[in-house]
Design a protein around this ligand. Structure first.
Ligand SMILES: *Cc1c(COP(=O)(O)O)cnc(C)c1O
Length: 354
């Protein structure tokens, strides 16, 4: 018995050491300055989270969730890891599960990008598909029970697994990279919610550091976060998933902390898509659709600042690369079938940028 406990203790120590040494070998992500001719007085920045080893901001979350679970004694040398995910979190968790030699199963809705499923399998994980995006939670609980595994539950633990006071979290990194800019304290930081964890980290950090920055959260068309923010009703649900992968939820996730949000904007899916396309042309790089949602929010706020004669900076996130979505968001046929006619949004964006 004693030996078994020691063995497990040593295993946990080794597991944490593996994750920490991986972190030590990693570099910070870039903060890209975007020049938008329509808003000469507003400096716009993109925190490029696509450059993590597993390709998205979820690399940070996966690392935090594994460390949190290990330090809580929830994971041992033989614990299968289960997660409910629309894809990106599962890719990053599969990477860390393989690092620790643990089996990994992702419970995902059918229709998740093929590239993501391939990436999960590349890291030795397995995809377990369900019909509807609101079924992933119950199925994850069931699997964890059946396999004596641990359900990571990003939608509950994202906000508390991350060290919000600092310790190299994403907000910490943004503010330190902004230090030498003309407007080092952003007027706004804009983020779209999936778990809500990143918004929570940024919002709490702003308050803790006593900054004047405000947090604007941009919610996609098919999601309940915006309604919840307006009404305070946390039981609102939708019977469908979001069209913008990675963001928008059919239920109010526990990790979404409305109290740290200063403003929310609801963004139609077609606006997100045309802004994503605009950024692709402007940056010479494909970005994911949630980055389109983020940037649309930024452009709205920039326009308002310009109308009020204000100058300053706005920071948002480039959440992942568009290379993952070549057969979906970068396929005009798929867009027409899934999102519909986007020509009105194209005109709208043109006007916003004129
Ligand atoms: C998860 C995710 C988001 C939202 O981040 P949260 O911290 O979960 O709110 C945005 N974009 C992409 C691509 C994501 O995977």
């Amino acid at each position: 018995m004693h030996t078994a406990v020691n063995h497990s203790h040593n295993w946990v120590k080794r597991a944490i050491q593996l994750i920490e040494s991986d972190y030590q070998r990693s570099a910070d992500t870039h903060l890209i300055k975007l020049n938008v001719a329509a808003f000469p007085a507003v400096d716009i920045y993109l925190k490029d989270e696509s450059t993590h080893p597993t390709g998205s901001l979820k690399h940070r979350l996966a690392r935090s969730l594994f460390l949190y679970a290990l330090c809580n004694g929830w994971i041992g040398p033989n614990t299968p890891i289960i997660e409910s995910s629309s894809g990106s979190t599962a890719v990053s968790e599969a990477y860390f599960a393989r690092m620790l030699g643990l089996p990994f199963i992702a419970v995902m809705p059918k229709g998740t990008a093929k590239k993501k499923i391939e990436q999960i399998e590349f890291y030795g994980g397995r995809a377990h598909l369900v019909d509807r995006s609101d079924e992933i939670y119950a199925e994850s609980h069931r699997l964890a029970k059946e396999l004596d595994g641990h359900y990571m539950d990003q939608f509950t633990y994202a906000e508390r697994a991350t060290d919000w006071r600092g310790n190299n979290n994403i907000a910490n990194s943004i503010f330190s990279q902004m230090k030498l800019e003309q407007h080092p304290i952003p007027k706004w930081i804009v983020m779209s919610p999936g778990t809500g964890g990143t918004s929570a980290t940024i919002g709490r950090f702003i308050r803790y550091q006593q900054c004047d920055s405000k947090l604007c959260v941009v919610d996609p068309e098919h999601s309940v976060f915006y309604d919840y923010f307006q009404t305070g009703n946390s039981t609102t649900t939708l019977d469908r998933g979001s069209n913008i992968e990675g963001i928008g939820r059919p239920r109010v996730e526990p990790s979404f902390i409305a109290g740290v949000v200063d403003e929310m904007i609801k963004v139609p899916d077609s606006h997100s898509i045309v802004t994503m396309q605009w950024l692709h042309e402007h940056l010479g790089r494909k970005v994911g659709p949630s980055t389109g949602t983020n940037l649309y929010g930024v452009l709205q706020l920039a326009k308002k600042m310009q109308q009020n004669g204000e100058s300053g900076s706005i920071v948002t996130l480039l959440c992942d690369s568009g290379e993952r979505y070549l057969d979906t968001y970068y396929n005009p046929q798929w867009i027409e079938q899934t999102i519909g006619d986007i020509s009105i949004s194209r005109d709208h964006l043109k006007q916003l940028l004129s």
